[in-house]
Design a protein around this ligand. Structure first.
Ligand code: FEO
Length: 402
């Protein structure tokens, strides 16, 4: 009878990751409606064994049972730490204490964090640098540094004999592995949006470094990708690499995302008017989001995807409506590009939002539509006409890319 504590990838490699369906917010910020998996792998080199990345401490009992079960009474010689974020290392201390002879394979940037986070000293470490190799019995791992994908110490390792890339956060996504662990066992459509949201939330800001890392790994003959989150890629390697490549290059899609804030409906009325006019102008991919209701995580993900972005909100304390202020500040930090921007604002006595939106527009370096709209209270016919004009300009700007 097959052991259900672990999954065989091939004779010398087993999956011993865990699912997290209890955490509400990843990094205490990003919603996990479909949970997340923390993947871990046991590489068997015959005379030596090696664990590749660990899991979050919350699942330590389950994880140690899996590890002991797959080892079947043998010892653990090495643990590779490709990335120090605690979703992959908070169980490391328990592992090294359970296997006192085992060494941690990692790089110099990770060593300081390891000492600081877990009190694991350099005496337990085998240091590797970019391009270094380490023998695990009859197997061999080569290490490549991939800084800022996702942290400065992040690296990946490659087993050339089987063409297996252990890619840590790269090529990962939100969503638990519900029985299936391989890409050819899942319905990818159910994972795609959560992979995009994971990328844009977690590593999107470092897209330049992601592009650099993808370039670096280009020459490897990759037959399987084992990431630290989400499915293992063995049949559809090209699509997941292309998705990450397109995201890192910020290839935005034809269409318009309108995000508005509205306390009593007047600003919302303008959002609706713009969307209706966009439809009449022939734009087919339009989405309206209420900034107060849609979590920032999803707004980041959707903003990343749409070429046309229209933001609107009322003035609040001589500034942007606070949820819109949060979004705008996040977009600035995300360093997004390849967007066309339109903005509309509202006020009841003194203004303020219009000036702040103009400042954002200038700083964004996006293509900015000539028409901006600032309305006092309920929009009148001439204000709605300006909404129509803004939609016309957006439709024309988008058409240039088709
Ligand atoms: Fe999955 Fe950056 O940790």
């Amino acid at each position: 009878m097959a052991n259900t504590r672990f999954v065989k990838i091939h004779d010398q490699l087993h999956y011993i990751g865990v699912n997290d369906r209890y955490t509400h917010l990843f990094e205490a910020m990003w919603p996990l409606p479909d949970g997340i998996s923390y993947n871990s792998y046991l590489l068997d080199g015959g005379s030596e064994t090696c664990l590749i990345d660990c899991v979050k401490i919350d699942s330590i009992i389950e994880f140690m049972e899996k590890l002991r079960s797959v080892l079947g009474g043998r010892g653990l010689d090495y643990v590779v730490v490709n990335h120090m974020e605690p979703d992959h290392t908070s169980s490391l201390k328990a592992v090294v204490e359970s296997f006192p002879g085992c060494k941690v394979i990692t790089n110099s940037k990770a060593v300081k964090m390891m000492e600081n986070f877990y009190g694991i000293g350099e005496d337990r470490v085998v240091l590797v640098g970019d391009g270094d190799t380490v023998k695990i019995g009859e197997r061999e791992l080569t290490f490549y540094s991939t800084p800022m994908v996702h942290w400065p110490e992040s690296m990946v390792c490659f087993e050339e004999a089987t063409g297996t890339l252990f890619s840590q956060d790269a090529f990962g996504g939100y969503g638990t592995l519900d029985g299936a662990i391989f890409d050819d066992q899942i319905e990818w459509d159910k994972y795609r949006d959560e992979t995009v949201r994971y990328y844009t939330n977690i590593v999107g800001k470092y897209s330049v470094q992601v592009t650099r890392a993808l370039k670096k790994l280009e020459g490897l003959d990759i037959k399987m990708i084992c990431p630290d989150h989400g499915p293992i890629w063995r049949e559809n390697i090209e699509p997941i690499v292309k998705l990450y490549s397109d995201l890192s290059e910020q290839k935005t899609e034809d269409g318009v995302l309108i995000v508005y804030g509205s306390m009593y409906g007047n600003t919302e009325m303008m959002a609706e008017a713009i969307a209706r006019a966009l439809t009449e102008e022939g734009v087919r991919n339009i989405r309206i989001r209420d900034v107060s209701k849609t979590h920032l995580s999803y707004l980041i993900s959707e903003t990343w995807n749409y070429r046309g972005i229209i933001l609107g909100c009322p003035t609040y304390n001589v500034d942007l409506f606070p949820p819109m202020r949060t979004l705008v500040e996040t977009l600035k930090k995300q360093k997004m590009k390849n967007h066309i921007l339109g903005t509309f604002t509202n006020y009841s006595w003194g203004g303020g939002a219009e000036k702040q939106m103009a400042a954002f527009a200038e700083e964004s370096k996006w293509e900015v539509l000539p028409t901006t709209i600032d309305v006092m209270g309920a929009p009148e016919d001439e204000d709605l006409e300006k909404c129509r004009q803004m939609a016309k300009e957006m439709a024309e700007a988008l058409a240039k890319y088709r």
